[in-house]
Design a protein around this ligand. Structure first.
Ligand code: MG
Length: 377
């Protein structure tokens, strides 16, 4: 059967604000750099084609940036109308040129990520395959760890309770935040959690960029005894050289990359051998097209992979990585979608549903503050 070209008939962009149940604090709040986080902004792209195929993609922003992402697609989103949705690479380039003046990183490409992710969702649905299978998976499940229970606004008793609950829910690893102004308190919290979960449960810590080089080295040495899977963002996200020195000095692997906003920025980390585990975020680096380029470079350099946030997208992408990856379990986005991901025996299971496997909930519609549409509905 020959292929009949399809065309994008309609696209709808929506921006929604997801409120968080409790204000969230990591080390950046305790060092006075940021306020506690109370909501996450989402940009959704819903694409429909002449042949009746549909795709849903999203991008997001914590604290500032949501309105800017929406403004960018409001201006250039019409560019894709009439184009064949299967030509994802061509459409990405076309969108880049439409917004060339604002560059190929940050807000500009984070806005494009919603479109790019929707195109991948659409194309894999057309093929009748879960996105991971469409791209070419190495596995049907990915090791997973919990982050949402280990924030610094939670007391150590709460962190321990949430760790127990996560393990009971089939989530394999536990990550807790560190980077408090008082390092002794960090060490007390890590020791208490390690003792609570026992020596066999994978444990990670995340300093959210709050240490200087000397503190990171000193803390890294003190943390070696806890047999951590990794130390995350010990230094400023853009200090590739500092991360490289630390990675060379410590036995515990170093993980970083979540704050970087393009493949080019990640290339700096890879070239500097700044980490053992790279943590790209598909919406932040400009979508699935960019993430897959980055994953190829990271694998070539021998790095492990643990994508940041948005498990709904990253479960699929991690499943395609050659080396055994981790995916971050965050239940924050659950209210936005009608479907849920399953965890079992320490792993997150790939859904059997085609595409990314998610549809927007009524709650997501209710939280929508603005929409813009192009083409014929
Ligand atoms: Mg992190």
């Amino acid at each position: 059967m020959n292929y009949t070209p399809d065309a994008i008939r309609h696209v709808k962009f929506s921006t929604a604000r997801l409120p968080l149940a409790t204000p969230i604090s990591d080390a950046k709040v305790f060092t006075g750099r940021q306020k506690p986080m109370t909501e996450v902004a989402f940009l959704f792209a819903e694409i429909t084609t002449e042949q009746g195929h549909e795709g849903l993609g999203f991008s997001y922003s914590k604290r500032g940036g949501g309105p800017a992402q929406f403004a960018h697609v409001k201006e250039i989103g019409e560019t894709i109308i009439g184009e064949d949705p299967n030509d994802i690479a061509k459409l990405y380039t076309k969108l880049l040129w439409a917004g060339a003046s604002v560059g190929r990183s940050g807000v500009a490409t984070q806005a494009l990520a919603a479109i790019d992710n929707a195109l991948y969702d659409l194309k894999s649905k057309r093929a009748g395959l879960p996105l991971a299978k469409f791209l070419g998976a190495h596995r049907d499940s990915v090791r997973t760890y919990n982050t949402s229970g280990g924030f610094l606004n939670a007391s150590i008793e709460e962190v321990k309770d949430r760790a127990t609950q996560s393990i009971e829910e089939g989530i394999g690893g536990i990550k807790i935040k560190v980077g408090l102004p008082d390092s002794k308190e960090d060490l007390r919290r890590v020791a208490a959690v390690r003792e609570h979960i026992g020596p066999d449960v994978p444990l990670m810590v995340d300093a959210n960029q709050q240490w200087d080089r000397a503190t990171a080295l000193r803390m890294g040495r003190r943390l070696e005894e806890f047999d951590l899977v990794w130390i995350e963002e010990p230094l400023d996200a853009y200090d590739a050289e500092g991360h490289a020195q630390l990675a060379a000095a410590l036995d515990t692997p170093i993980a970083t990359g979540e704050m970087l906003a393009s493949v080019a920025e990640h290339e700096r980390l890879i070239e500097a051998r700044a980490c053992d585990i790279i943590q790209p975020d598909a919406p932040r680096v400009g979508g699935i097209t960019q993430f897959m380029r980055l994953a190829t470079l990271a694998d070539q350099a021998g790095l492990d992979l643990a994508p940041h946030f948005a498990m709904e997208i990253h479960l699929h992408l991690a499943a395609t990585y050659p080396r055994e990856p981790w995916v971050e379990h965050f239940d924050w986005l659950d209210p936005l979608f009608n479907e849920r991901l399953e965890t079992q025996g320490g792993r997150m299971l790939l859904p059997n549903r085609p595409g990314l496997g998610f549809s927007l909930s009524d709650q997501a519609r209710a939280w929508t503050t603005e929409t813009v549409e192009f083409g014929k509905a």
